[in-house]
Design a protein around this ligand. Sequence first.
Ligand code: AMP
Ligand code: MG
Length: 424
Amino acid sequence: MNERIASIGAVVSCMDGYDPDALPVDTACAAIRACLAPVGGVERAATRSALGRVLAETIVPRFDVPAQDNSAMDGWAVRSADLNPDAETALSELGSALAGKAYPGAVGAGQCVRIMTGAVMPAGTDAVVIQEAVKSSGMRVVIPAGQKRGQNVRAAGEDLKTGVPVLRPGRALTPADLGLIASLGIAEVAVRRRLRVAFFSTGDELASIGQPLAVGQVYDSNRYTLFGMLARLGVEPLDMGVVHDDPQQLEAAFRQAAASADAIVTSGGVSVGEADFVKQMMAKLGEVLFWKIAMRPGRPMAFGRIDDAFLFGLPGNPVAVMVTFYAFVRQALLVLGGRGDDAALPLLHAQAAHAFRKVPGRTEYQRGILFRDAAAWKVKSTGQQGSGVLRSMSEANCFVVLEHARGRVEAGEPVPVQLFDGLV
Ligand code: AMP
Ligand code: MG
């Protein structure tokens, strides 16, 4: 169950600069964020299956990693107090220590042990002299001057320390994290249950794949881009198909979606001409706000709640769907799914390879290609930027995010870019 907030309208209307008919992107993000709380539900997952899942417990080492001091190099384990600071020292070798096979005895004055990387430091030794620096013949070993206590030794606990928390709830587990968990011998962890996200497309002009295409119809591509974006986020996508612009069908679809999902993402039906009947229906079903966002593409959008499910009503144009998803929905779903870290997409800077047309007063998400020439990382436009030109998203490797207040961009100016590869 979501932590209930009294009313979305009440939460957002008292925000600074809230104007539903000209909402800056940042204000819309903040408004959405203010309404969200993680949904509940925890389950156990085998360590490998936990990749990408949100951790629901604190991982506290019960032992040090590494468990004992061990050698970082191949060489000889010595007692640094035995060594002459300014001259060679001859020592006698007692035996060897291998990874997984410790030297059983103690090392006394004037003695040393041949040691391999990863082998436990024999009792009494406190430094490793690398093999390239040592002269040895038989059991006689000559160590050059200038060795230091602790050199080439990995201290017990230098990776993970007993009792010091290493991973906390709210973290999406990475490949490195799986390795950390495994290094503690943990076979299973508690993770949040996957968020269930229902999605459907609206529009009388839409045909589904497998049907013939009548004049004036388009194949429903949005359900495929949405599926891809949702799948990459690690949520459980629930495909509810195409719904016609018919109040009864829409109402039934929204009710079914709300009953089975934590969030609903739709495309189409929120543009000015269409919004009115959707608005009336929404007023019956839940609390949904209709916004005009100061952005391009993707001006109209709906946000609200039907029962316990949050609704993101995205515009229908194929590029606008993707832009609004990444600008608003992605982060919202991560928050609902329990991510505690800042999941915002990083904005990096690149040099504009040419001038970009832009008018102040809206944030533009132009599709760009980031490339490197001899001098710098630069970004160029994919060309045609119409919100129906889905090819521009496929050709691009980044968004060029031209800020709200910014006007025309001249060649050579730095511009913020958001890499698509950072979206996975
Ligand atoms: P709408 O926001 O419903 O007015 O849709 C805007 C435009 O986006 C329509 O003219 C359609 O051509 C296109 N469109 C809407 N939904 C889809 C979809 N699911 N797949 C492909 N194109 C769509
Ligand atoms: Mg439509």
